[in-house]
Design a protein around this ligand. Structure first.
Ligand code: XMP
Length: 322
């Protein structure tokens, strides 16, 4: 296992880092083509701009519509990258992901199903189609730490698990951000000229909304958590927190609506204060904000009768529930 040397945000020279990494990418790819997947998160956005700077049109950027993203996300991200001149192609892979997720309830099996679908099936095809030999990817040091520590298998970590992507998927992976943590990536993204809506964007996990559905991630359950997510993001937009989210529980509880019993769904809200995602505390939200959230969620998300707020810290909690 190769040792990754951390560059802290405070010691990072963003300009020099960009020059160095762009040169490295050019050297590795040579006269060939590379591809990358843009999810709109700060890591993949940063890698897209870095790759674009290094390779221009020889970097093919795709947005994989896996069916588990948030409301309107594919269209918003493609539009945001039009401005800096990056052409992003949307690939509809919803059926592939939902069929891979069918029947799976175990968190790590869910991550593995997403990894295999993403890297082998969807990317395997795109690599063939584009003639690329390299995939540019925004893995950061925290992804590696948590995978190696056995906390969560991040969907984008291979080498540290003894997996050779060339052997497993047929292409090589370039990871220019691997020495950084989230705060360092934000600095680089800003220096690359990305707008603050991107470099200050709240983190969102690779396994997307399936990391926020406890139990099976079906189309219906994803639709439910997507709706709750929109409400949480609207209501907490002005709160200065590291990350906030809605989680759909697997257990139902007895509720009542219109004087009738309703064995309904439970949504848990989490809102975190953190610097680098390694440790986190729940944000002390005003109770009136929590009440507003609960009232909107039970009336706007069909079948939800219970809304809770997580008050445990990370550790021992983790930020996502799956
Ligand atoms: P946890 O849940 O491990 O999350 O405390 C820490 C940070 O990482 C994000 N996260 C992920 N990101 N793939 C990702 O790309 C994943 O599998 C994954 N799991 C969690 C999470 O949103 C938080 O910001």
């Amino acid at each position: 296992m190769s040792q990754v040397k951390e560059i802290t945000a405070s010691s990072l020279e963003a300009k020099a880092f960009i020059q160095e990494k762009a040169a490295e990418i050019r050297e590795i790819v040579g006269s060939g083509v590379a591809i990358n997947a843009l999810s709109g998160g700060v890591d993949s956005s940063c890698v897209t701009m870095l790759g674009h700077k290094a390779l221009g049109d020889r970097l093919k950027t795709y947005f994989i519509d896996n069916g588990i993203m948030r409301e309107g996300e594919p269209q918003q991200i493609v539009a945001a990258f039009k401005k800096p001149g990056v052409n992003v192609e949307i690939i509809d892979a919803q059926d592939d992901f939902f069929s891979a997720l069918g029947g799976i309830t175990d968190p790590e099996e869910k991550r593995e199903a997403i990894t295999q679908t993403f890297y082998k099936k969807v990317f395997g095809n795109l690599v063939k189609k584009s003639g690329a030999k390299y995939l540019l990817q925004g893995t950061i040091l925290t992804d590696i730490d948590e995978t190696v520590a056995g906390i969560k298998r991040q969907h984008n970590v291979f080498e540290q698990l003894g997996i050779d992507p060339q052997e497993a998927f047929g292409y090589k992976i370039i990871e220019p951000l691997v020495q950084l943590r989230k705060d360092g990536v934000r600095k680089v993204a800003q220096e690359l000229g990305l707008p603050s809506s991107i470099f200050n964007r709240m983190p969102f996990p690779g396994p997307a909304l399936s990391a926020r559905v406890i139990g099976e991630a079906t189309r219906e359950r994803i639709a439910l958590v997507r709706k709750a997510t929109s409400i949480v993001e609207q209501e907490l937009a002005s709160v200065k927190a590291f990350q906030y989210m809605a989680i759909l529980h697997n257990d139902r509880v007895t509720g009542m609506r219109d004087n009738k019993r309703e064995f309904g769904q439970q949504i848990e809200i989490r809102c975190w204060d953190s610097i680098d995602a390694r440790q986190a505390r729940p944000t002390q939200l005003p109770f009136s904000t929590l009440e507003k959230l609960a009232s909107r969620i039970v009336s706007e998300v069909p079948g939800v009768v219970s809304v809770t707020y997580n008050i445990a810290t990370k550790p021992p909690s983790t930020m996502e529930a799956v």
